[in-house]
Design a protein around this ligand. Structure first.
Ligand code: AMP
Ligand code: MG
Length: 268
């Protein structure tokens, strides 16, 4: 498959301060973008049906971002109208005592998509080289080998029929401030804010550094990272949808052949 827009290249350092957060260089017509998005979503719905019917390949979509980066909104917009039975969304929070008693991929492996499914990770195994590293939840000896372990794990998934797309929703620090303020201003959004978010905002540069390292070291041919300019939600949605539909086209799921002739079957 040709390299898509915003796809990072294996072996090249990901420099987030040079990668755009705004759609401006790519698109400035919101109405046209939303129209294209709706058209692509119809194609997505059709492809998902075939993927499910075929039952032989899987698609895994990994979403990572700074707080308020838009992971929840992306899932809501992308999957509107898609058959929920064929989609499995897993949100990864701070691990439980039981999860902590296993290797970091144990809980993740349980939630990868089964045959014919689309899996979505709202946060993921990458938290184990991000928050864990920045907040020193484990010593360097524990998280340093994880980059390689992640690449090996993702290779296992790829070799067993799972296409992997990893999206970093790239927002500016100023955009995060606006979104936090919105969460404070709107009562129905209050629940999305926590005081801990302000602590993490203070560590913005540490997180950026940890993200750059993860994006650089875990961009592989079998599991590419994309840095999506995400200050404008309409552009973020379109950019991701384009990549998802293109990937499904490339996977080209087909309906299974049947072992009977529908014209010969008579129902009394
Ligand atoms: P939210 O996505 O806002 O519901 O928050 C989930 C929280 O869980 C975030 O603060 C994450 O950093 C945290 N989290 C997710 N995975 C891990 C992990 N492996 N270790 C520690 N914290 C995690
Ligand atoms: Mg949060």
């Amino acid at each position: 498959m040709n390299k898509s827009q915003h796809q990072l290249a294996p072996g090249e350092p990901a420099n987030l301060s040079e990668l755009p957060t705004s759609s401006k260089p790519f698109h400035d017509d919101r109405d046209a973008a939303e129209k294209e998005f709706r058209k692509l979503r119809k194609q997505f719905i059709t492809w998902q049906r075939a993927l499910w019917a075929e039952g032989r390949q899987q698609l895994l979509i990994v979403l990572q971002a700074m707080d308020a980066g838009g992971k929840d909104g992306t899932i809501r917009k992308l999957f509107m109208g898609v058959n929920p039975q064929g989609v499995h969304v897993a949100s990864f929070k701070a691990p439980s005592v039981r999860e902590l008693a296993h290797d970091f991929l144990w809980r993740v492996h349980r939630d990868v998509p089964a045959a014919g499914m689309i899996g979505v990770f709202n946060r993921s195994h990458y938290e184990d080289v991000l928050v864990v590293r920045v907040n020193r939840l484990a010593p360097r000896e524990a998280w340093e080998p994880r980059f390689q372990q992640i690449n090996d794990f993702e290779r296992l998934l790829a070799e067993t029929g799972t296409r992997i797309l990893k999206f970093y929703l790239h927002i500016s620090r100023d955009e995060q401030r606006k979104r936090f303020q919105d969460r404070l201003d709107r009562p129905e959004k209050n629940f999305k804010f926590s005081l801990d978010d302000l602590e993490k905002r203070k560590q913005w540069d540490d997180y950026r550094f940890a993200y750059e390292d993860a994006l650089t070291r875990c961009t592989t041919d079998w599991a590419p990272w994309y840095a999506i300019p995400s200050n404008q939600k309409w552009y973020r949605n379109l950019a991701i949808m384009r990549i998802v539909v293109k990937t499904l086209e490339d996977m080209n799921p087909t309906y299974p052949t049947i072992d009977y002739d529908p014209k010969q079957v008579k129902i009394d």
